[in-house]
Design a binder for this molecule. Sequence first.
Ligand SMILES: [Zn+2]
Length: 138
Amino acid sequence: MKTWNEPSRGRKQCASCKIYVGVRTKVCACGYNFTKPKVASLSTDKAESDELTSSHKFNISLVIPRGKSPIDLEVFERPEIYSWTRSLSFHYSRQNLFMESTVPKYFLRQYLDIFSVEYSRSCGYIDELYADKEIINE
Ligand SMILES: [Zn+2]
């Protein structure tokens, strides 16, 4: 087959070996297949995330709250963080708001230094809880 080292009308570049071949070439000299389907398009991902969003039973997501935490937190261990986060979620669900995980994390800064080990550990507990969407909405 004929190949070139520079681009020109009627040539296309091989994505694998970078040489130029005729536009109608289906398989390059190096074995690269021009007819291979492209990798999964972004639209598939978007459809999936839309589906996730619409499965929420609330109309609006709350990302950043106003003011101070409506529920106090004193102990920063897993069970306390879990129940506090759930209580907050319930508090907002009564206002028809879905509380995003950013909300309890934001409120945590009221109590903990953002650079502390306790803060990042507590955020980890919140993420655990949010990893299972069923639990958070109970
Ligand atoms: Zn090639």
